[in-house]
Ligand binder design. Structure first.
Ligand code: HEC
Length: 374
């Protein structure tokens, strides 16, 4: 375990140095390719070649079955005596043809994954070994294995591929993104983020908090997804209270006319407007698109002066439901669908300009402070 850490660490340092200094020697692969290769390695190779690539201690002696155990790949064996095409062949076809026992991976790993795993294997080699390999195969060292950008992407990434096979079909799975937690990646699945380990087998759902910065890193990441999703909801389908004078910020608020804290926030909308904040309401019927709140909001959305109707409905003075069958009424079901998609579970849900979400009521002064408006 210790050596494993040290090796990976030194590989990272080498890669980091290679960016700025020629001295450490350029390698044909970048850090990100080697990083991807690490997950392929851990999922498919580590069981035989060991976590740290050191191979079996007795790799030079035939076992009781007459076969050689897995050799080291970390530069201490003779892997570096092969050119890239021989190494690719060994992984694609395995060792059977040559009387070995390593399984063929052509059915499981694509070219991009094989390139990535070789990059990882070579990242384990110390500089002098890599330099010796470069001397034997200068062309390989110069060109490496060409990897198309998109081949490194969703299809080629083992974590993504695995998640794809394990999660429900049709879920859009993004590229694994680094998190500050070692070995844990954030992966976008549909409109939410999940956290996975590097094998793509173990998964967390939930929220990643930075206690020092006092913020939800999950919510921060969700921001761009929310903005993207919200862009699809037409502005004329919102009920808008424009800023007085110069607009300094826009808050989008998922609201329900029957929810007490939505009403409370609504009483402070004039103060927000006065401070230069535009409030745009989207409908989010708490009890679902068929509940009583939905009925009331359909009626509000059908009125000619929706802003006045919204205020009336939220005043609690007995708003009388009118027409609910107009064309605009469809916005209520659409708002509900969108809310669920971006993670709204209750009202009010306040979307900040950067896409972060405040779940629940906050006094307008706090909102202004969050927006940086005094
Ligand atoms: C079931 C055990 C096993 C697995 C899994 C395995 N290997 Fe091997 N590997 C071996 C053995 C044993 C050899 C020695 C040749 C032979 O027997 O085929 C070998 C040889 C090699 C060699 C040639 C090394 C040299 O110095 O000539 C490379 C490169 C290699 N493996 C890479 C990989 C990679 C990359 C993976 C994962 C994608 C992998 N192996 C998975 C057992 C395994």
């Amino acid at each position: 375990m210790n050596t494993n850490r040290i090796r990976i660490l030194s590989a990272c340092i080498v890669a980091a140095l290679a960016v700025g200094a020629e001295a450490a020697g350029e390698r044909w692969f970048g850090e990100s390719l080697a990083d991807r290769g690490r997950s392929v390695y851990q999922a498919h190779c580590a069981e035989c070649h060991r976590e740290d690539g050191a191979g079996d201690a007795n790799w030079q002696q035939r076992g009781p079955d007459g076969a050689y155990p897995a050799p080291p790949l970390d530069g201490t064996g003779h892997t570096w005596h092969h050119d890239l095409s021989a190494l690719q062949r060994q992984i694609r076809e395995g060792g059977e043809k040559l009387g070995g026992v390593m399984p063929a991976f052509s059915g499981q790993l694509g070219d991009a994954e094989i390139a990535a795993v070789l990059a990882y294997v070579q990242s384990l080699w110390p500089d002098d070994i890599y330099a010796a390999w470069t001397k034997s195969y200068p062309d390989d060292a110069a060109t490496g294995i060409p990897v198309a950008d998109d081949a490194q992407g969703a299809g080629g990434n083992p974590v993504t591929a695995r998640l794809r096979s394990l999660l429900s079909p049709g879920t859009r799975i993004g590229e694994p993104e680094d998190t500050p937690v070692a070995g844990i990646y954030a992966v976008r699945a549909g409109s939410r983020y999940l956290y996975v380990d590097e094998s793509g087998r173990y998964l967390f759902t939930g929220e990643l908090m930075d206690l020092e910065a006092r913020e939800s890193l999950t919510d921060k990441r969700m921001g761009s997804i929310r903005l993207e999703a919200l862009a699809g909801f037409a502005q004329e389908d919102m009920v808008v209270y424009p800023a007085d004078g110069e607009e300094k910020a826009v808050l989008r608020v998922f609201t329900d006319t029957t929810c007490p804290f939505c009403r409370r926030l609504h009483q402070e909308v004039p103060a927000l407007q006065a401070a230069g904040v535009t409030v745009r309401y989207l409908p989010f019927p708490r009890s679902g698109p068929d509940g009583p709140g939905a009925e009331e909001m359909r009626s509000v959305w059908c009125e000619t002066d929706r802003a006045a109707a919204m205020t009336e409905a939220k005043s609690g003075d007995g708003y009388i439901v009118g027409d609910t069958g107009c064309e605009n009424a469809g916005a209520v079901a659409e708002g509900y669908r969108l809310g669920v998609e971006v993670g709204v579970t209750g009202t009010p849900a306040i979307i900040l300009p950067d896409g972060r979400m405040i779940a629940g009521y906050q006094p307008y002064r706090n909102l202004l402070r969050t927006l940086g408006i005094n």
